[in-house]
Design a protein around this ligand. Structure first.
Ligand SMILES: Cc1cc2nc3c(=O)[nH]c(=O)nc-3n(C[C@H](O)[C@H](O)[C@H](O)COP(=O)(O)O)c2cc1C
Length: 208
């Protein structure tokens, strides 16, 4: 393993429950893989390019199987640099809270930037093919409520969404750790569930 990209999708820094679980993962990961470079991509600090009409037009050129040139190529430089930064890693840690049953808008923005034809997927006669193959991903989330019971699973749009997006991009090795409930049952349950999620995250990091 050469490089882990840690994608942070909470604005709460040291207050973040999600990051307290991710820290447990990273502490073990760093000991186990001391040679692995770790890069942080904080989506609430980084300036993400807007998807203007020109940039969206570029996507349709790529979808038609052609390459970008001239003006469009120029306007895609920033997008390509985010994609290259993503593809350069061979493993990923995503730290994200649940926001409105799914993901924070900055993470959605990032996904809209990097999930591009020619780079992360291509259409073939047999259907779409993901191009980010042979990579691993751990997704650590925390939620105010608890969506683990059968009756509540349907409200969790975060897990299936993130799995679908990154699996579509070719990543088949995706594991989730969810700290829940963080708000609904009071501080004692919160502390207990964070500890449980940290233990789970440490186990995953050992064999990542
Ligand atoms: C804008 C916003 C939307 C939220 N939406 C949900 C939600 O739909 N379901 C839920 O269980 N918790 C929701 N929460 C609560 C967070 O998921 C929870 O507090 C989480 O632990 C925050 O993680 P963090 O401390 O890493 O930022 C929301 C919080 C915010 C700020």
């Amino acid at each position: 393993m050469k490089k882990l990209l840690h994608i942070i999708a909470t604005p709460r820094g040291s207050e973040s429950r999600t990051l307290s679980v991710s820290k447990a993962f990273l502490d073990v990961f760093k000991t186990k893989y001391p040679e692995c470079e770790i890069e942080e991509l904080n989506l609430f600090e980084e300036k993400l390019p807007d998807l203007t009409v020109k940039k969206v037009n570029g996507k349709y050129v790529l979808l038609s199987g052609k390459d970008l040139s001239g003006d469009l190529k120029e306007s895609w430089k920033e997008i390509v640099s985010f994609i290259e930064r993503f593809l350069y890693a061979d493993s990923y840690l995503i730290s994200t809270p649940m926001w409105n049953f799914s993901i924070p808008y900055r993470l959605k923005h990032y996904i809209d930037i990097i999930l591009q034809p020619k780079y992360l997927f291509q259409y073939t006669p047999n259907g779409p093919e993901g191009l980010a193959k042979g990579k691993k991903m751990a997704i650590i989330t925390s939620r105010g409520g608890d969506y683990s019971a059968e009756d509540f699973r349907k409200f969790d749009l975060q897990t299936p969404y993130l799995y679908t997006v990154f699996n579509f991009a070719g990543i088949s090795d995706i594991v989730f750790v969810n700290a829940q409930p963080m708000d609904a049952m009071g501080p004692e349950i919160q502390a207990k569930k964070i500890k449980e999620a940290q233990a789970q995250a440490r186990e995953i990091a050992k064999n990542f």
